[in-house]
Design a protein around this ligand. Structure first.
Ligand SMILES: Nc1ncnc2c1ncn2[C@@H]1O[C@H](COP(=O)(O)OP(=O)(O)O)[C@@H](O)[C@H]1O
Ligand SMILES: [Mg+2]
Length: 388
């Protein structure tokens, strides 16, 4: 029997969707409100917060929902607050590009090219002197360390501290404490003081998040309780809500393709298998052409070797072969190192120094949980030729 389809509206399952409320994050939102609202309403002071949490712990959702709530409250009280959300990976981790995007989000017009980062800070202060309290929400700030080291982080915290009389707010998110390696001194202690740690979601919280999304995205009664249980269970290792929602979306697609009347446990099972063995398309979409090529090369090298890890050198030669096949000029060794580090930071690769048994010392590269044949499908280049 063909069903009417299980999907009513796929949007709540997409990465762009920001929920109206966050399961289990009331305390964190309340805390942020407490830090930022008084100075923003007063128009003086420079609150700083650090949001720390693994992938899928809700950092991005928290920042975006905070923006919505705090701007609404500022408007209600006649004290305009304006938040600029910037994905640091999206800006290549470059401070200048991050500030440029922040200024645009704050409504600054005009050409910013040829300015220095310090001048861009000045423009942001200019916004606060017009009676609008600006808050920068910089998501995945480890991208800054990856691209430019700790100096921009110092510059950011100094700018926040010294931001004139009226002040400016700053929120930085990181994927874990280890991602702050390289930051020290007073900047680190300031960040530590304002830290909000997002622990991974429990099985029960994941179940609730899934049920909430299912009720928005699927037709009524179009998912069985067992399917939700199964996905919540499978996601509870890391407490990763992103993985849970992605699995739910895949399960719905599978059920839809089968013409089933509802999403059942067997669909959920296949979806979890697919979601854990293949890279998150959203994550892939944020990589540059050469990073995707390098990832595909690693997959090929792993497949050829038939093992879980390959030495850096082998991945590199595979990468050159791929570049030649696609008629693309290969990047240098040092650049490939940078890609390897980035791919490891975002959770796609594992990197490990080789022990004895290899000629010389090398780094062994593996895929974190992914199957090699799920990463070799490089690519639709879609004109994306960013230099990073
Ligand atoms: N507490 C929550 N309640 C409802 N949905 C959530 C919650 N936390 C995260 N999500 C959803 O889970 C997915 C992953 O969250 P995200 O904020 O992207 O995590 P992170 O940025 O830490 O990797 C997003 O779709 C997000 O909307
Ligand atoms: Mg995020």
């Amino acid at each position: 029997m063909m069903g009417a389809g299980v999907l009513a509206d796929p949007f709540p399952l997409s990465p762009e969707y920001v929920p109206e409320s966050l399961v289990g994050r009331d305390r964190e939102l309340g805390y942020m409100r407490g830090i930022f609202l008084p100075p923003a309403l007063d128009g003086r002071g420079s609150p700083l917060a650090l949001v720390i949490g693994h992938r899928g712990s809700g950092k991005t959702a928290l920042l975006k929902l905070f923006k919505r709530l705090v701007e609404a409250e500022g408007a209600e009280r006649g004290r305009p607050i304006k938040c600029a959300y910037v994905s640091c990976w999206g800006a290549g981790g470059r401070l200048f590009r991050i500030l440029e995007r922040a200024l645009r989000a704050l409504g600054a017009a005009g050409n910013l090219r040829g300015r220095s980062s310090a001048e861009l800070f000045g423009f942001i202060e200019g916004i606060s002197s017009r009676g609008i309290f600006p808050i920068l929400l910089l998501d995945d700030a480890e991208a800054i360390l990856w691209a430019e080291g700790a100096d921009p982080i110092y510059a950011l915290s100094r700018a926040a501290e010294g931001a004139g009389v009226r002040g400016l707010g700053l929120v930085l998110s990181f994927g874990g404490w280890d991602r702050l390696a390289g930051i020290d001194g007073s900047a680190l202690s300031a960040l530590r003081r304002g830290a909000i740690e997002l622990r991974g979601y429990s099985r029960a919280e994941l179940r609730e998040i899934l049920a909430q999304r299912a009720s928005m995205a699927l037709r009524e009664g179009a998912i069985e309780g067992e399917a939700l249980d199964l996905i919540a269970d499978a996601s509870s290792g890391w407490g990763d809500a992103g993985f849970a929602i992605r699995s739910l979306g895949i399960a719905a697609e599978i059920a839809e393709r089968e013409g089933a009347a509802s999403v059942a446990a067997r669909h959920a099972e296949r979806a979890v298998e697919e979601a854990s063995s293949s890279p998150d398309p959203q994550l892939l979409g944020e990589l540059s052409e050469h990073e995707r090529l390098f990832l595909a090369a690693i997959g090929m090298a792993l497949g050829r070797r038939g093992s879980g890890e390959v030495p850096m050198g082998e991945a590199e030669s595979e990468y050159r072969v791929l570049c030649e096949r696609f008629g693309i000029a290969p990047r240098r060794h040092t650049q490939l190192w940078k890609y390897a580090r980035r791919l490891s930071i975002v959770g796609l690769l594992s990197l490990r120094p080789s022990g004895a048994g290899f000629k010389g010392r090398t780094t062994l590269i593996g895929l974190r949980g992914l199957r090699w044949d799920k990463v070799i499908n490089y690519p639709r280049c879609d004109g994306d030729r960013r230099g990073t």
